[in-house]
Write a protein that binds this ligand. Structure first.
Ligand code: ADP
Ligand code: MG
Ligand code: ZN
Length: 626
């Protein structure tokens, strides 16, 4: 038994002390009922007897083996109010009871609890002993078993704080859409399976691979797949689990983890969220964190400590490599970096294929439509989407998942829960105009994404929604595309203004306006799309070690700041005027679309375009340019 008695003794001393005080408090609270019941005023025994004779005593409570009484009495001296008074009784006053009985006074005697000193002492000893016994029990359990509730007490012994999977059961085929990363790792699998091929020619097997990518893109999955393909055990721990309250615990956990890994080599050690320990040292508001640094140092020591050919490959995951300590990225440590990106259309289709295998999806559903509707979704989002759709299907008591359930799930994931729709009212009409405003501006502008649907069914915070089908390539956006987006976002407010007048506009556009401002600002300060010229005046990245905004140092003079504001106002004003014009020009069809929307609650993009087409030619959209 590797029970650390040193540890045990260390912990039992404070516990004895603490429990002594707890016990004292507990004991005191039971015996001091008398004290809490206490009257501040006192009277002598003689006076009490007088009161009794006068019939002024209402109630007598006897405490303390008959030594003290709390008397409730009323009398002229007491201001004619019932008051509690304390009376010390003489050692023996047998005649008192008789007197009280005669006077028909409410009498109560309270048995005293064990005030006996011996009992007190035993109690004080027993309670901590009991606690220590419990503690020892916990220690025993945590040392005898590798799992179960006992481990909470095994400070520093990372018995349960890293997981070990002998077989992950995940293969490369389960990972889709991130082919480059997969290829990179096929080599690692060969290292693990046939190290002799490499060592024979003097090649050093890499020790560490860093997986970088946004959450949910399949980093953990990929690491498990490597272990699964190579048929080696998989040890995993999360960086945040290293960071402990107690200094030194994290480091000892790293030591344990690597010790176990060496015993089980070849194997994969996976460190998730390594940025939690691996941040650049000596940075951060409020100085460094000793514990984190010790943990990081231990990790570096361990990685240097094992020879390249022991068959341990450390895979770490993070969503930001830029904040990692340079020492971690040095050759011989995590010198290989593999980035995993949010999947593109093809990737999403492949991931949907993997996750639809075990689901009953209607044969009419084409996964490519789903893939098209979900730009920006990570692998985890897509897996979640299909699961949500399956749950919805079961709730609707259908046999197969149809496009309807999938659509509803996408909407829900993107915009939140569906609310109950408004009853017909003025505000419903206003929301309808607002949404149709967004949709018509979006439809008539050449460079705007296509309208997918307009709906008055509230979702999340939004009271109505216009959905656009985003174009696939979002990486390069032209100036007129951004302006089209600004105008589209202004469409809602513009419709409110034209239809209801300036005084009736609502707060409903606040979100739109936020987007408008941010887009216009970026045009000026980041993309060089204003009269100020091609200058980069602000960076997208805020300082990762400061809160948002805190680190955004302005790299321009106050004069330029004024210019920036002017340019932003200029862009927004121009877009706003153009948007108002579109609404004015198309008022007839807008009124018709609003009536239809209020009646149907949702208009699909195709129908929407057809109706507009009857008035203004949509397909060539030559009419309006942003
Ligand atoms: P990360 O570690 O990058 O945050 P995970 O590997 O934990 O993401 O992914 C969570 C889940 O999402 C996986 O278990 C899997 O079901 C799904 N998933 C994510 N990416 C992919 C992918 N590329 N292929 C298949 N499934 C994926
Ligand atoms: Mg993960
Ligand atoms: Zn809006």
């Amino acid at each position: 038994m590797k029970l650390s008695w040193k540890n045990f003794l260390l912990w039992s001393i404070p516990i004895i002390v603490i429990s002594f005080f707890i016990w004292q408090g507990f004991f005191a609270s039971t015996t001091n009922e008398l004290n809490t019941n206490i009257a501040n005023s006192r009277m002598t025994y003689g006076r009490f007897l007088e009161y009794l004779d006068m019939g002024w005593v209402k109630k007598v409570d006897i405490y303390d083996n008959g030594h003290t009484a709390i008397v409730e009495a009323i009398g002229p001296e007491l201001g004619n109010r019932v008051q509690k008074i304390r009376v010390e009784l003489p050692a023996s006053a047998p005649e008192l009871i008789v007197k009280l009985k005669k006077a028909d006074v409410d009498l109560d005697a309270h048995p005293t609890r064990n005030t006996n000193a011996l009992w007190n002492l035993i109690g004080n000893l027993l309670f901590p002993l009991f606690l220590i016994g419990g503690l020892a029990f916990l220690f025993r359990r945590s040392n005898n078993s590798t799992s179960g509730p006992g481990q909470a007490m095994s400070f520093g012994k990372s018995k349960a704080l890293f997981q070990m999977e002998a077989k992950t059961g995940i293969v490369f085929d389960d990972v889709a859409g991130i082919d480059e990363a997969k290829e990179e790792f096929e080599e690692v699998v060969t290292f693990l399976k046939q190290p002799e091929c490499f060592t024979a020619v003097g090649a050093k097997i890499p020790k560490g691979v860093l997986l970088v990518g946004p959450p949910g893109t399949g980093k953990t999955l990929l690491a498990k797949a490597i272990a699964g393909e190579a048929n080696v055990p998989f040890f995993s721990i999360s960086g945040s689990e290293f960071v402990e309250m107690f200094v030194g615990v994290g480091a000892s956990r790293v030591r344990d983890l690597f010790k176990k890994a060496k015993d089980n080599a070849p194997c994969i050690v996976f460190i998730d969220e390594i940025d939690a320990v691996g941040r650049q040292r000596g940075t951060g508001v409020g100085g460094g964190n000793d514990e984190r640094e010790q943990t990081l140092n231990q990790l570096l020591t361990e990685m240097d400590g094992f020879e390249g050919n022991t068959g341990i490959i450390v895979i770490a995951a993070t969503n930001r490599a830029d904040i990692l300590d340079a020492a971690l990225l040095r050759p011989g440590r995590f010198d290989r970096q593999v980035s995993v990106e949010v999947p593109d259309y093809k990737g999403r289709l492949a991931i949907l294929n993997v996750h639809s295998k075990n689901k009953k999806i209607d044969k009419d559903v084409s996964l490519s439509i789903i893939a098209r509707r979900t730009p920006g979704f990570s692998g985890a989002d897509l897996a979640n989407l299909l699961n949500e759709a399956a749950i919805l299907t079961a709730r609707r008591r259908k046999n197969t998942i149809t496009l309807n359930e999938i659509d509803a799930s996408i909407d829900r994931i993107v915009a939140g829960m569906e609310g109950t729709s408004l009853t017909d009212s003025k505000s419903k009409r206003l929301i309808a105009y607002h949404e149709v405003g967004h949709a018509i501006v979006g439809t008539l502008l050449k460079d705007h994404d296509e309208v997918q649907k307009v709906t008055l069914i509230p979702r999340g915070q939004a009271r109505g929604l216009t959905w656009f089908t985003p174009s696939e390539d979002q990486s390069l956006i032209s100036r007129s595309q951004i302006k089209a987006r600004i105008m589209g976002a202004l469409g809602g407010r513009a419709a409110e203004e034209i239809v209801f007048g300036d005084t009736e506009v609502t707060t409903g556009a606040s979100n739109d306006l936020q987007q408008v401002t941010s887009m216009a600002r970026q045009m000026v300060t980041r993309f060089g799309m204003s009269n100020i010229g091609p200058l980069s005046l602000e960076n997208e990245e805020s300082n990762p070690f400061l809160g948002r905004g805190m680190g955004s140092s302005s790299e321009y003079s106050d004069e330029v700041a004024i210019k920036i504001d002017k340019q932003i106002q200029f862009i927004v004003k121009e877009c706003h005027e153009k948007t108002l014009q579109i609404i004015r020009d198309n008022r007839v069809v807008i009124d018709r679309l609003v009536d239809l929307l209020i009646e149907k609650e949702t208009i699909e993009g195709e129908e929407f375009r057809q109706i507009i087409n009857e008035y203004t030619p949509v397909p060539d959209k030559e009419v309006y340019v942003a």
